[in-house]
Design a protein around this ligand. Structure first.
Ligand code: FES
Length: 87
């Protein structure tokens, strides 16, 4: 039962300049905290074409923008987690 999904964190140049890479360890920590190592891969992605809207990530068909250290956990909890753990 390998049903892994992949979250793509943008590491394109605009997001990189905004410190997008700093979100990577935070995402990894959230994944670990929720015991999702077997379900979720986190990879870097090149520009998701939402540069104007701040740091971005893609999960499934959705691109989430305006990411920050402050709002990342909320996004993960409300947008990503429910898709990994169907209720
Ligand atoms: S560089 Fe991240 S959306 Fe363009």
């Amino acid at each position: 039962m390998s049903d892994r999904q992949t979250l793509y964190l943008c590491v394109g140049s605009a997001c990189h300049q905004l410190g997008g890479y700093r979100l990577l360890p935070l995402l990894a920590a959230l994944r670990d905290r929720h015991g999702l190592n077997e379900q979720l891969d986190i990879k870097g992605a090149f520009c998701l074409e939402t540069c104007q809207q701040g740091r971005s990530l893609k999960f499934g068909d959705c691109v989430f923008t305006g990411l920050s250290e402050a709002n990342l956990e909320e996004l993960f909890t409300h947008e990503i987690l429910p898709q990994l753990r169907p209720v």
